[in-house]
Design a protein around this ligand. Structure first.
Ligand code: ZN
Length: 331
């Protein structure tokens, strides 16, 4: 069956030609299923049960009207017509093809296990750094977040100009205020991986979601069409999602580096803390007990991945680079 516009939200459904929001199957039976939809996080009222559902089916009724019903409601209240309609619909939707795509995705996932494991480890490590850094240097971290959000990687320092420099500037433009020229701002460097400060405070958050999806995928073996379509799409996006995550991780490790700490020491913060930044090392962040945060590096890996990792060595640096090498990815 050739699908037209995919249904993405409530109004896509309401705007369908000959749409009715309510019908009675005893007088207006279901003739055929036209489409399936999944409009989460939004929802639409089901024409059969009257409750809001995220997903369901668009059905054509005798007489030509079109409406929406939850797929369970279809089975429950849809009458005999719905069962026949469903059979016809599923075969038309080429269910085997969808299943094949998901199966293929399983193989793809298998080949990514090592990299997924490495990403997971990296995220846990970065979480330790970020929590420790944030609790020790809250002002600096806030400023870094601002800079990341405003897309300003550069750190400036105020320097007193020499009389000769001021004279040069005055010569170039005599109408300037000499007093205002006393101090100048010079860039002392750009923060590597500066965007990392603006990502979610807990870089493992995205990863957790990702892992949940992975483990859900592994357990999945139904024939729920909406779910299968979601999975097929998720599998198609797997590499891209891994690359995005990889780019974040890469930024994170650039961000937490001694070179950056020297730069951070020039950002507004209490002097004592700025002094500490001058000599801070990654090791300090790794070791430091940040006091109010207790970080337990608990594993979020699905069992399948944990098993596979025992059998395989962890990813090499090059594998990780390959994984994260896509320069087109933005974050
Ligand atoms: Zn319903």
């Amino acid at each position: 069956m050739q699908r037209k516009q995919p249904i993405r939200n409530t109004s896509d459904i309401i705007k369908l030609q000959f749409y009715v929001s309510k019908f009675d199957v005893t007088t207006t039976p279901i003739i055929r299923i036209v489409d399936s939809y999944d409009i989460r996080p939004s929802s639409i009222r089901c024409s059969l049960c009257g409750k809001e559902h995220h997903d369901g089916r668009i059905v054509e009724l005798r007489g030509g009207s079109v409406s929406n019903i939850g797929h369970i409601c279809g089975k429950r209240y849809g009458g005999k017509g719905y069962g026949d309609a469903l059979d016809a619909y599923l075969s038309a939707m080429n269910l085997p093809q969808l299943k094949a795509r998901i199966r293929e995705g399983g193989h793809k996932l298998e080949s990514f296990r090592v990299q997924i494991g490495a990403l997971h480890d990296s995220c846990l490590e970065l979480r330790r750094y970020i929590q420790s850094f944030q609790s020790r240097f809250p002002d600096t971290f806030r400023e870094l977040q601002r800079m990341a959000m405003e897309n300003r990687p550069e750190v400036f320092e105020s320097v007193e100009r020499t009389d000769a420099q001021i004279a040069d500037l005055m010569a170039a433009n005599p109408r300037q205020n000499r007093e205002a020229l006393k101090y100048g701002r010079v860039s002392i460097g750009a923060i590597s991986g500066y965007r990392f400060a603006a990502t979610d405070w807990d870089p493992t958050h995205g990863l957790m979601k990702f892992f949940n999806e992975v483990s859900e995928f592994e357990k999945f073996q139904g024939s729920d069409l909406g779910k299968m379509r979601r999975w097929a799409n998720w599998v198609d996006d797997l590499e891209e999602n891994m690359q995005r995550l990889g780019a974040v991780v890469q930024d994170g490790f650039r961000f937490f580096s001694s070179g950056n700490f020297r730069l951070f020491a020039h950002l507004p913060a209490p002097l004592a803390l700025r002094r500490q930044l001058e000599t801070l090392t990654i090791g300090d962040l790794r070791m430091s007990d940040s006091g109010n945060t207790k970080v337990k590096p608990q594993s979020v890996l699905p069992v399948g991945i944990q098993r596979a990792r025992k059998a395989k060595p962890t990813a090499t640096a090059r594998e990780l680079r390959n994984l994260t090498g896509d320069k087109k990815m933005r974050w």
